[in-house]
Design a protein. Structure first.
Lengths: 445, 360
């Protein structure tokens, strides 16, 4: 079991929240030791708040005993975000899942942070777009905001930040704040400091969101790129033709791995808007494909949804090869997308690891997914090495890590982003002098 | 130290930890999303056990062996892991090594003494004449399934409905062997196989045209028994116009259906054919089958919690009927309600007992 201060902290929390909401048994602690990253750290205890006051109290006690806390949503993080690496107490937010306010007319909803996306998507009618970066709707609103999650549709709709108008947050000092845009977005936007802070600056208890409207018309294409350089050319052609793309996602190495030869990447593109706009953009897109000699086919939006929302093809691949996956997410300047992909390819072949790269050339978002046999220790080590290799190469390209899915345990270092690390560290020091809030994530102390 | 087979370990390690299997897991929802209770934790913890990262205590053993056993966890897994199958496989590996949890001891012993895991409390075929003998070469052999015998009214009504479909329906009667389904889910592979073989022999001797099972678990777990589950069979009979539905007198009767986890949605389709019956949309994790019996017996408070939670959802949705498809589940709920057929303003009824009045 845990160390002395943690035991005292847990006892005190249990006396306030009730035994039922504090888990200390080995079984429970082990069940909160993982997320979707494949890593594992056992917490000293798990607490399950049901209201704001519980959280304020938990933070007060954590400060008193110097015991670190880790906020946790559904534990779908791919980077160890909700893992208690310093024997912390996990704060499971899933019981705080109420819908506080909703307005079908404006698309505004105020919900508690533990609400899952599949339930959020039912709050308003289907005039609104479902929010679904993880593809299953299992992650929570709090996790989404903490990671500033992104999806293929972020080309049109932006990352999570674009729909967050405000949050209620309990700071590591115990103070509760409502951080909301005072009317239309102004230059004074402190909200964006909290969005994407990966649970290191406080615990979100609720959020005010504006859900985007569903477009009248959506047209989606599946295209095959013979050469990965086509991605760069397409991106330039799209910009030149002034086409407003809604979503883009490409899978590199996918065909090769399933044993089919030919295209270097399979990708999916979507335009949406009023029927007139979508039609015009769609016909412009077709001309580009034809001009570039790129094979394409129109797919129905349901199919596009199932691919974009479920990343099915990648999972299918893992299933076929019976391998586990390790993911690293990068953001590079859009014109360097191809270079980043080539670096990943090189790493994969040098370390003899199959790798699929999911990329979005319009955002410069590149996710490397290494497939490995988790029962083979040497392969596990090589995968670890591959991740660090890719990070090094990305820094050399002037890129950064953690877009959408977060940096988590891997952390952002000064050589990746000196300005961010310096300012963010000062803010962290000021708001969380005891470093009790999710230590060991995002930045080094 | 527990050592699972290489193939089981590899399958376990393919889990990417995404949590999709929790979305349809009843245990996860009933426990207010407590991670430990969900399907993902079961896979992860069994994997930790196989990797020697966690000790095998009696509590842990009991945990691995007790869930609702609904099998819904495999519905959404993006990497195609058959989660329930893995859970069952690890249970049988543990049994093979010699680890048998206390929670299943009663069922194992009962089976040894009486041939059925339910034990002495069960007398089969009480609704039949004392000298009953099953008929050979019938159109339908009605295999009730162990738990259906604990709810004779349901068995009688199932039998009546089947008689509307074919003239010659033969109940399997008091000597009906147990299919072994429950033994299978608690990892008793050999006993389950033996039970199934017994049943197969029994069916062969009677050589019916078709066997209809009152229990969905038996029909779905053992496809080689070639049984049709009651609801699916009735659904097909309606589809081919052998029988028809009768409308309900009162307008708009809202039905909250607790479906069988192992069925293919047949009960819902049947109800939707009945005029004036409105079937309420329920979350996908709401289901019940006889796999829940273990939790009912070993941790009654968990079963009560499950019932409390779903009956709350039902009454919040203004249901007139709280309808239970699976006879085992109906039987357990009846005991929790001490035989009352009204609860929170809803009529508690089994699906076959409702259907018997709405089929012609
Ligand atoms: C199969 C799969 C596909 C995915 N695809 C994508 C994708 O395309 N794009 C993408 O962006 N992400 C993706 N993800 C990652 C993941 O789903 C998201 O990061 C998600 O937003 C995490 O939500 P969660 O509720 O599970 O949070 P958790 O994993 O529990 O936590 C994530 C982080 O948020 C913090 N946190 C959680 N709740 C709170 C709170 N209330 N207050 C403060 N901090 C909190 C935690 O401390 C942690 O640092 C994918 C994951 C999987 C498994
Ligand atoms: S069988 Fe049912 S109760 Fe058991 S883990 Fe799977 S979904 Fe959950
Ligand atoms: S759905 Fe499949 S991959 Fe996801 S946690 Fe469950 S078993 Fe693992």
């Amino acid at each position: 079991m845990a160390e002395e201060p943690a035991i005292k902290a847990v006892e005190e929390i249990a006396s306030q929240l009730g035994e039922r909401y504090v888990l200390i048994e080995d079984l429970d602690r082990s069940a909160y030791s993982y997320d979707a990253s494949g890593m594992q750290y056992i917490p000293s205890a798990v607490v399950r708040p049901v209201e704001l006051e519980d959280i304020s109290f938990i933070i007060e006690v954590a400060n008193k005993y110097g015991v670190p806390l880790v906020p946790r949503g559904s534990g779908t993080s791919l980077v160890g975000g909700p893992l208690p690496i310093e024997g912390s107490i996990v704060v499971d937010m899933q019981m705080m899942n109420k819908i506080l306010e909703k307005d079908e007319y404006t698309g505004l909803v105020r919900v508690e942070a533990g609400l899952r996306l599949l339930d959020l998507n039912k709050v308003l009618s289907n005039r609104f777009m479902p929010i679904n970066p993880d593809g299953m709707g299992f992650s929570t609103v709090g996790g989404l905001i903490a990671e500033d999650a992104a999806s293929p549709l972020s080309v049109k709709y932006g990352t999570t930040a674009a729909m967050v108008l405000g949050v209620e947050v309990v700071l590591p000092t115990g103070e509760t704040l409502l951080v909301e845009q005072p009317g239309p977005p102004s230059k004074r936007n402190i909200l964006n400091l909290l969005i994407g802070s990966e649970g290191t600056l406080g615990i979100f208890t609720s959020a005010l969101l504006r859900l985007p409207l569903r477009p009248e018309s959506r047209i989606a294409y599946k295209i095959e790129m013979i050469d990965i350089s086509d991605a760069v050319s397409i991106q330039t052609a799209i910009k030149r033709a002034n086409i407003s793309i809604a979503g883009f996602e490409a899978y590199h190495n996918y065909k090769e791995l399933i044993g089919e030869k030919g295209a270097e990447a399979v990708s999916f593109l979507e335009v949406s808007g009023t029927k007139e706009c979508a039609d015009v953009w769609s016909s412009k897109l077709r001309s580009i494909f034809k001009e570039m000699d790129i094979p394409f086919e129109e797919i129905d939006t349901e199919e596009a949804d199932s691919i974009w929302e479920r990343r099915k093809s990648i999972y299918e691949l893992a299933k076929r090869r019976k391998s586990a996956m390790r993911v690293i997410s990068l953001l590079v300047h859009t014109h360097l997308t191809r270079d980043a992909i080539q670096e990943i390819d090189r790493t994969g072949s040098r370390l003899k690891l199959p790798v699929v790269t999911v990329f979005n050339p319009l955002l410069g978002w590149v996710m490397a997914i290494f497939l490995y046999d988790p029962t083979d220790e040497k392969e596990v080590k090589r995968t670890e090495k591959a991740i660090f290799n890719v990070i090094d190469r990305t820094i050399a390209l002037g890129g950064s890590i953690g877009f959408g899915i977060g940096a988590g345990i891997t952390k952002i270092t000064s050589d990746m982003d000196e300005g961010f690390v310096s300012i963010f560290s000062s803010v962290k020091e000021a708001l969380d002098p005891n470093w009790i809030m999710n230590p060991g994530k995002l930045i080094e102390r | 130290m527990v050592k699972f087979s290489r193939s089981l370990m590899k399958e376990l390690s393919r889990c990417i930890g995404c949590g999709a299997c929790n979305i349809s897991c009843p245990m996860f929802h009933v426990s207010d999303f407590k991670e430990t209770e969900g399907a993902r934790a079961r896979i992860k913890l069994i994997s930790m056990l196989g990797n020697n990262k966690i000790d095998l205590t009696e509590e842990f053993l009991g945990y691995i062996f007790t869930c609702i056993n609904c099998g819904l966890c495999m519905d959404l897994c993006p990497v195609g892991i058959d989660v329930f199958d893995i859970i069952v496989k690890s249970r049988s590996s543990l049994v093979d090594i010699g680890y048998v949890p206390l929670v299943t001891v009663d069922m194992r012993d009962a089976r040894r003494r009486t041939g059925s895991p339910i034990g002495e409390g069960l007398t089969k075929g009480v609704w039949l004449p004392p000298d009953f003998q099953p008929e050979k070469n019938a159109d339908i052999l009605f295999f009730a399934g162990c738990w259906v015998h604990t709810a004779p009214d349901v068995a009688i009504n199932m039998s009546k409905i089947l008689q509307k479909i074919a003239p010659n329906v033969a109940p399997a009667g008091p000597n009906e062997p147990c299919c072994g389904g429950l033994l299978y889910v608690i990892g008793e592979r050999d006993s389950a196989e033996e039970s199934k073989e017994n049943l197969l022999k029994f069916i062969k001797e009677l050589s019916p045209k078709v066997v209809v099972s009152g229990c969905s678990l038996c029909a779905s777990l053992f496809p080689d028994l070639e049984m049709k589950y009651f609801s699916s069979f009735v659904d097909e009979a309606l589809e081919s116009n052998k029988i028809k539905t009768k409308s309900m007198k009162r307008k708009k009767n809202k039905i909250f259906l607790i479906r069988s986890c192992h069925s293919n949605g047949a009960a819902r389709r049947i109800l939707e054919r009945i005029k004036n019956a409105v079937v309420i949309d329920t979350p996908n994790w709401i289901c019940c089958d006889c796999g829940a019996t273990l939790i009912y017996q070993s941790e009654p408070e968990k079963f009560d919690e499950w019932f409390k939670k779903i009956s709350e959802i039902a009454s919040d949705s203004d249901a007139d009927y709280f309808m239970i498809e699976e006879p085992a589940c109906y039987s357990m709920i009846s005991k929790v309600l001490e035989g009352k057929n009204k609860y929170k303003g809803m009529k508690i009824i089994s699906f076959p007992s409702f259907l018997v009045n709405h089929i012609s």
